[in-house]
Design a protein around this ligand. Structure first.
Ligand SMILES: [Zn+2]
Length: 73
């Protein structure tokens, strides 16, 4: 797999995904992702993106300012 930003080599790594929804920040740890060795661009497979969306959906209504979850259930 090559980076769509710089065409560099991507390596598989576990990263921390974070999204700021305005009223709440959702953090998901240990997300399987591809990280560019050159520019640091992070990309997720379709399967991982879908699962992240579901995790964010499930957590965004929690009455807390920061939700922390781990990808591997
Ligand atoms: Zn790159």
């Amino acid at each position: 797999m090559t980076c769509f930003m710089c065409k560099g080599d991507m390596e598989e790594k576990l990263t921390t995904f974070m999204v700021d929804l305005g009223n709440c920040i959702v953090i998901v740890k240990n997300v399987p992702s591809h990280v560019c060795r050159q520019c640091g661009e992070i990309s997720y497979s379709d399967e991982v993106s879908e699962r992240l969306e579901k995790i964010v959906d499930a957590m965004k209504n929690a009455p807390v300012e920061i939700s922390v979850s781990t990808y591997a259930a």
